[in-house]
Design a protein around this ligand. Structure first.
Ligand code: TNX
Length: 521
């Protein structure tokens, strides 16, 4: 009898151990890791814990962890080989086997180990550790529960776009956004810097772009000029780089060019009553020089070597093109048939000049109609109601970022009762819609063209967003759903677990005075 009891106890133990080993427990990290196994015990973090790194290339990653713990927990840790202290060990193993951006995080009672194949992977290990620390209930003692985490992202492009032409938010807001992007392992910040209301980036060769073009915004036509100097840009690019975030600048053309045309009317291609001076003039040879000079400066400011040139909604304001003598000559000389042909000529010519800067050309899905170098072009599918454009982009073998309006336009409201913000008929973008986006549900994407999809991105257009408070309301918590959808494989996701984890994030938002929407569903 005694033996039987012992036997069944051992059996129960074995079963529970193997069960917990096999199961991926819901870990309070967003985005949910690929594999997370909870262990017994916890690591006691205190001021005597040190941070050790395997090489100087990890100094920045260690410093990030060090500063976050000081700022958030008032814990001043030291970096280095301090013997006799329990340590957080961060190391790189360049065996070539570790997946890009992947990491392992092992927490035990005695030590914490973060190992990765690259600095970026190590940074994400640090981020997961910080999330485990910050989501603990605050107390004097910081006990980090023991976890063994093995992780890597689903997509290489995990993006967020901010429109600062319609309304300008400024450096402090952008930095805050970059902090949260890093906290959720988003790695690409797409910066929409020019449009109808305002031009927001200093170009040394053409100072009027900001001095005149920077005046006004969507709600106040005559508001004082607001823009980023080239020094500001450098500061923000560096800030992002420390968080392993790449910034993609967007200079919209040939449409959405109104602000530039106010500053330099000699390049305008006209517009109409609703969108005056909406376009650049594709029939004027000096337009191409003007725009290439601008893009050269922009390319020098952003190390990404990727220039987004819009290319969207040209038909909103190209009414005057065919009446222009320069455009008429162009039609004749290049044997173009119609305005669409002119638009194609314009984009292809700009593409040439971008390729000559050794940069990639990025553009909205309208550009799938043109013939560009598939190795040097990335297209953004945004018109969810035009799956044709996605099919076209796929068949032309372009790399593609998916940012369909539904569910990835964060200027769309998140609840049926909300009125400030856009809807698509009755449709809107709830937290759950963002969370449940699944590439497998898009018919146009098959196993054979799947590798052309670089990833996903949410776009924050700001016609209806005037200040940081409103901006945060539209971003939080949808940014967390975006991040998990971009990082975690569908098979590993669960909306109910995500919602449970989100409760802890709400606390963090409140602590940092983030105005967020607490989804009811
Ligand atoms: C479409 S997406 C636009 C933007 C607007 C947005 C509003 C795209 C390429 N163009 O200019 O701000 O809709 O939701």
């Amino acid at each position: 009898m005694k033996n039987f009891k012992l036997f069944s106890a051992i059996l129960a133990l074995l079963i529970s151990v193997s069960f917990s080993e096999a199961q991926n427990q819901n870990c309070p990290v967003i985005p949910q890791p690929v594999k997370a196994v909870k262990k017994e015990g916890a690591f006691l973090l205190n001021r005597y814990t040190s941070i050790r790194i395997s090489g100087e290339s990890l100094a920045g990653v260690a410093a990030y962890l060090q500063y976050e713990l000081l700022a958030d927990k008032r814990l001043p840790l030291s970096i280095g080989n301090i013997t006799g202290t329990p340590a957080i060990n961060i190391s790189i193993s360049r065996s070539g086997k570790s997946p890009a951006e992947g990491y392992r995080l092992n927490i035990s009672k005695e030590r914490i180990d973060i190992t990765a194949g690259s600095e970026k992977g190590a940074f994400y290990g640090v981020i997961s550790l910080l999330q485990l620390i910050k989501t603990q209930d605050s107390s004097e003692l910081i006990k980090i529960p023991a976890w063994n985490i093995e992780d890597k992202p689903l997509y290489t492009w995990r993006g967020l776009m901010l429109d600062e032409s319609r309304h300008f938010f400024g450096k402090a807001t952008v930095k805050k956004l970059l902090d949260w992007m890093a906290f959720y392992k988003l790695n690409t910040f797409h910066w929409h810097l020019t449009d109808e209301p305002g031009w927001r980036i200093e170009i040394k060769q053409y100072p009027l772009l900001t001095l005149v073009g920077g005046i006004g915004n969507y709600t106040d036509k005559f508001g004082a000029a607001q823009y980023y100097t080239q020094e500001d840009i450098k500061e923000i690019v560096d800030y992002a780089a420390k968080r392993f975030i790449t910034i993609i600048p967007e200079i919209d053309m040939p449409g959405h060019a109104t602000a530039a045309n106010r500053a330099y009317p000699q390049y305008t291609g006209g517009g109409n009553d609703k969108h005056p001076n909406f376009t650049f003039n594709p029939g004027n040879a000096s337009t191409y020089l003007f725009l290439s000079n601008i893009l050269r400066e922009v390319n020098a400011l952003f190390p990404a070597r990727m220039l987004h040139v819009g290319g969207d909604e040209v038909s909103f304001g190209n009414d005057k093109w065919l009446a222009d003598i320069g455009v008429q000559r162009l039609l004749e000389k290049k044997k173009l048939k119609d305005v669409k042909g002119v638009e194609r000529y314009f984009m292809e010519r700009m593409a040439d000049s971008i390729y000559n800067m050794n940069a990639k050309m990025l553009a909205w899905d309208e550009v799938a109609d043109m013939n560009l170098d598939k190795n040097k072009t990335i297209l953004f599918w945004w018109r969810h109601d035009q799956p044709r454009q996605l099919t076209k982009a796929l068949s032309k073998k372009y790399d593609i970022v998916l940012c369909p309006r539904l569910p990835f336009y964060f200027d769309f409201v998140q609840d049926s009762t909300h009125t400030l913000g856009r809807k698509w008929g009755e449709e809107y973008n709830s937290l759950e819609h963002v969370y449940n986006f699944n590439i497998n549900k898009i018919q146009q994407i098959s196993a054979s063209n799947r590798q052309q999809i670089l990833g996903i991105q949410a776009n924050l257009w700001t016609e209806t967003i005037k200040d940081e408070k409103r901006l945060c309301y539209m971003i939080f918590p949808r940014i967390a759903a975006l991040a998990e959808t971009a990082w975690t494989d569908a098979g590993n996701k669960s909306f109910s677990d995500f919602k449970a984890n989100l409760e802890k994030q709400y606390r963090l938002y409140s602590e940092q005075q983030i105005n967020f929407y607490q989804a009811a569903n």
